[in-house]
Design a protein around this ligand. Structure first.
Ligand code: GTP
Ligand code: MG
Length: 194
């Protein structure tokens, strides 16, 4: 897929605020700091389109980006940041669940996992919701540059165990080396065509 244009449309917390153009949509979900915004920037070749941050838990809204004027990428708020107040954690659950339940034009969710971390409740909760709502899921392992190639298998074991997904289900990605970019774009293209 060729990226010709990418632009920020708007941020929204509730369905009334979602864009009303009904273009097919791909959402990005995962723990705070896992690299959602960085992945979107690499996919669309725009270093600064989505703000990335060393301070997790900054993005508290859904941010919508239009690509090629043909489809929309959605940066969902990150979850699981320990220092976030409980009220915000609850808001996250409601915001994410509301979006997933109501977005008819949602074609797939890209769910990110850090190669160095064992998935926890929120990731598994999200996986359950996606399955329950019958939303196609593209699992992506991020920050693979942090681990040497021959450690990958061992690092993957707890992730495979926790998620119950086979290794082949995952795409491997690094925002640093851009490994995995083409693979993920291809999977997005397939999801958009369904
Ligand atoms: P929230 O918006 O807080 O939910 O975080 P996020 O998931 O959008 O993460 P973000 O893209 O802002 O990245 C968080 C930090 O991880 C930043 O310092 C990034 O530079 C870094 N990072 C993201 N992807 C990679 C990667 O593939 N490799 C390495 N080494 N660092 C990465
Ligand atoms: Mg972000």
């Amino acid at each position: 897929m060729q990226i010709k244009s990418a632009e920020f449309i708007k941020g929204a917390a509730r369905p009334e605020g979602y864009p009303s153009d009904n273009l097919p949509e791909i959402a990005f979900a995962g723990r705070s700091n896992v690299g959602k915004s960085s992945l979107i920037n690499v996919l669309v070749n725009r270093r600064g389109l989505v703000r990335t941050s060393a301070t997790p838990g900054r993005t508290q809204m859904l941010n919508f980006f239009s690509v090629n004027e043909q489809f929309t990428l959605v940066d969902l708020p990150g979850f699981g940041f320990a220092k976030v107040p409980l009220a915000v954690k609850k808001d996250w659950g409601i915001m994410a669940r509301t979006y997933l339940e109501n977005r008819a034009n949602l074609k797939a969710v890209i769910l990110l996992f850090d190669i160095r971390r064992v998935p926890r409740d929120e990731e598994l909760q999200l996986l359950d919701w996606l399955e329950e709502l019958d939303i196609p899921t593209i699992p992506v392992i991020t920050k693979v540059d942090k681990v040497s190639r021959n450690r990958r298998g061992a690092q993957m074991r707890p992730i495979l165990e926790a998620t119950g997904l086979p290794q082949e289900a995952f795409s491997f990605f690094s925002a640093l080396t851009r490994e995995g970019r083409e693979d993920i774009l291809q999977r997005i293209e397939v999801a958009l065509a369904c």
